[in-house]
Design a protein around this ligand. Structure first.
Ligand code: RIB
Length: 298
């Protein structure tokens, strides 16, 4: 059976300027180059999982505007089911992104329609997902009530729930207790309201998976030894969307039946491949590209 992944998350259009160095507040840097690409942490997770072969349903919101129509068409062309993407009254989300020569980025998001997603909509959409098993993932670019509903319904249906806590903020214990897997990066981990991965696990998170870029991934669980997945050295061009690629690929691998450690290895490889191209989705691998990458390194 084809693994099913359901994403409850954000959809943006990314306005990206590549510059030599990021400006300080009040400073202007010129000489950049510009691209407009599709993004949004939720939509990026959906694309990562779809490219790897998952059947993906995306629950989210777009504006009734050209950017929204273009985003919807792009998601459809990736093979993602777009029927649960609603049109709101606010404009499509937009992210202003600056990327410097060392692939570091700065991102500011105007959430627009993403903030119109309600718990009732999530409940209705997840109720319509016709699958015996699925992995659900979400991000913090949609309202708290939408994330909470996604977590609660996943629990009711017995589906693993992966939360990528980005952008990071303190999370209520009730939500933590419903996360099968939490995937903060090394910066986000300190903003979640707990002082360590072990404290997150004590609050009920099934597994805390901390991504550390080129330094790899740390996995902390209750009743299991800590695990370290080494990083895959790669020349980074643009790290935007690496975290989304990681969590989307992790959802696909778990839905495909992999054990957590094996799924983390595949997700880390997918994220490493993704930073080799510009744009959040530019370098996201297909299944064949991922398999080849892993084979070359084994
Ligand atoms: O994680 C990268 C994403 O964050 C970008 O695509 C942008 O839209 C913001 O949501």
């Amino acid at each position: 059976v084809t693994p099913t992944v359901v994403v409850v998350g954000s959809i943006n259009v990314d306005l990206v300027t590549f510059v030599e160095k990021l400006p300080h507040p009040g400073e202007t840097v010129s000489g950049g180059t510009f691209v407009q690409v599709h993004g949004g942490k939720g939509a990026n997770q959906a694309v990562a999982a779809a490219r790897l072969g998952a059947q993906v349903v995306l629950v989210g919101m777009l504006g009734d505007d050209d950017l929204g129509r273009s985003a919807r068409a792009e998601l459809g062309s990736e093979g993602i089911a777009v029927d649960e993407i609603r049109t709101g009254s606010k404009p499509t989300g937009v992210a202003q992104i600056l990327v410097d020569a060392s692939a570091e980025n700065l991102i500011a998001v105007a959430s627009g329609a993403n903030h119109e997603l309600t718990a009732a909509m999530v409940e209705e959409s997840l109720g319509r997902v016709d699958a015996d098993s699925a992995v659900v993932c979400s991000v913090l670019e949609v309202p708290d009530e939408a994330v909470a509903a996604a977590a609660a319904i996943s629990g009711e249906r017995g589906w693993p729930f992966i939360l990528d806590p980005a952008p990071a903020k303190p999370l209520p214990d009730e939500l933590l207790a419903r996360c099968s897997v939490l995937t903060p990066n090394e910066h986000e981990i300190s903003y979640l309201g707990k002082s360590s991965p072990a404290d997150l696990v004590a609050a009920g998170v099934g597994a805390v998976v901390v991504t550390r870029g080129g330094s790899g991934v740390d996995v902390v669980r209750a009743n299991a030894d800590d695990h370290h997945q080494p990083g895959f050295p790669i020349e980074a061009v643009d790290t935007t969307g690496a975290g989304d690629t990681f969590s989307g690929a992790l959802a696909w691998a778990l839905a495909d039946g992999a054990e957590l450690e094996a799924a983390v290895a595949r997700a880390a490889a997918a994220a490493a491949i993704s930073v080799g191209e510009k744009g959040a989705r530019g370098g996201m691998p297909t299944r064949a590209q991922l398999d080849r990458f892993l084979e070359e390194r084994s």
